[in-house]
Design a protein around this ligand. Sequence first.
Ligand code: NAD
Ligand code: DAU
Length: 336
Amino acid sequence: MKKLLVTGAAGFIGSNFVAWMLDKYPDYHITVLDKMTYAGNLDNLKRVDNNPRYRFVKGDIADPVAVDNAIAAQGCDTIINFAAESHVDRSITEPDAFIKTDVYGVYVLLEAARSLGVERFLQVSTDEVYGDIVAPNSSHETDMLSPSSPYSASKAGGELVARAYFATYNVPVIITRGSNNYGPYQYPEKLIPLFITNALEDKQLPVYGDGKQIRDWIYVMDHCEGIDVALHRGTPGEIYNVGGGNERYNIDITQLILQLTGKPQSLIKYVTDRPGHDRRYSLDTTKLRGLGWQPRYTFEQAMEETVRWYSDNRDWWQRIKSGEYAEFYNKQYTNR
Ligand code: NAD
Ligand code: DAU
C-alpha cells in the first residue's frame, strides 16, 4: 500500500485524515479527488499543500472519466472513499445529490477498484445506517440496517453495493461506520460548529425538538485513527464501528458550548424538530478495539480545543458563512 486515492478530502474528516496519513506514513503518496461542492474547501488542505507526496484533482466520483484521470498520473493501489453529501437536513430538502454521490458514486469507484485490482477499498460509512437504537442497547456490525433519512439510506445503499463487490468480484472492501464527529474544519451546518460559531456571533442556537436526542460523539482525529487501523489491520469483507463511546444529549452539548464560549443560556431557541429524526445512536466498538484501536481524546479536552480552534480561526468560518451558506441558513431556520 503506497499510492492512495482519497476522495472527498477537501471536506472535514477527509482533510484531517490526509494530514494524519502523510504525517504517519512517510512513503505514502496521496491523490485527493474532490468535486468541490459547497462543503469542499481547499483551505482545509493548506497544511499539506507543500508536501510533495500530496496532489489534488478536482472531479466527481460519479464520473468514471474523472476517476480515471485522477488515477492515471501516478496509479493507485488503495481507495478510501470519504466523498459524500453528508448533511441530513439537506438530504430532507434535496435528496437527489445524495443518491447520485452516495450510491452511484460509490459504484463508479468500485468499478475503478475492480479494474485496477486494488489492495484495499475502504468505504467510510456512518452509524446512521442502523437507525434509532433504544437504550441501553448499542449497535453491532451484524445488526439489521434501518436508515431513517435520505442521507442514511443513501449511505446504506453505498455500503450494500460495496459489499456486493466484495462477494461477487473479490474487491477487498472494508467498511467503517463512524459516529458523530467534531473538531477543526467542520462545515458550520453541523450541530457543534454551528452552535460554537453562532454563540461567538451572539446568535441563537436552534435546538431541534426537545433537545433530548442522543448522539455518540467522537473527536475527528480518533475517527481518522480508527479508519487507519481498519485499513491496515482489518479484514476484507468486514465492517468496523468507530464510535467515541461518549453519548450526550444535544441540549447538554448546547449548554456546554455556551459555557465554553462564555455566552448566556438565553441564546437557546427550541425550534421545530427534524422530520424522521432518530432519537439515539450508540455503537458497540469491541471489534475495532480488538484490532488495537481506542479513542485517545476525552470529550471535555477535545471540546475545549475545538471551541478554541473556532475562536482562533474566525476567518475560516466567516468566509463560509458569508457565501452560499447564508441562503441555506435562511431557508433552514427562518420562521422555524
Ligand atoms: P463533508 O461534507 O465535510 O465533506 C464531503 C466532501 O466530499 C466535500 O469535500 C465535497 O466536496 C466532497 N464531495 C461531495 N460529493 C462529491 C462527489 N460527487 N465527488 C467528489 N467529491 C465529492 O463531510 P464529512 O463530514 O467530512 O464526512 C466525510 C465522510 O464521512 C462522508 O462519507 C460521511 O458520510 C462520513 N461520516 C461523517 C460523519 C460526521 O460526523 N461528519 C460521521 C460518520 C461518517
Ligand atoms: O452519526 C453520524 C452522522 O453524524 C454522520 O453520518 C453525518 O454525516 C453527520 O452530519 C452527523 O449527522 P447528524 O444528523 O447526527 O448531525 P447534525 O450535526 O446535523 O445533528 C446532530 C444532532 O443535533 C441531531 O440530533 C440534530 C441536532 N441539531 C442539529 C442542527 C444542525 C439541532 O438540534 N439543531 C441544529 O441546528
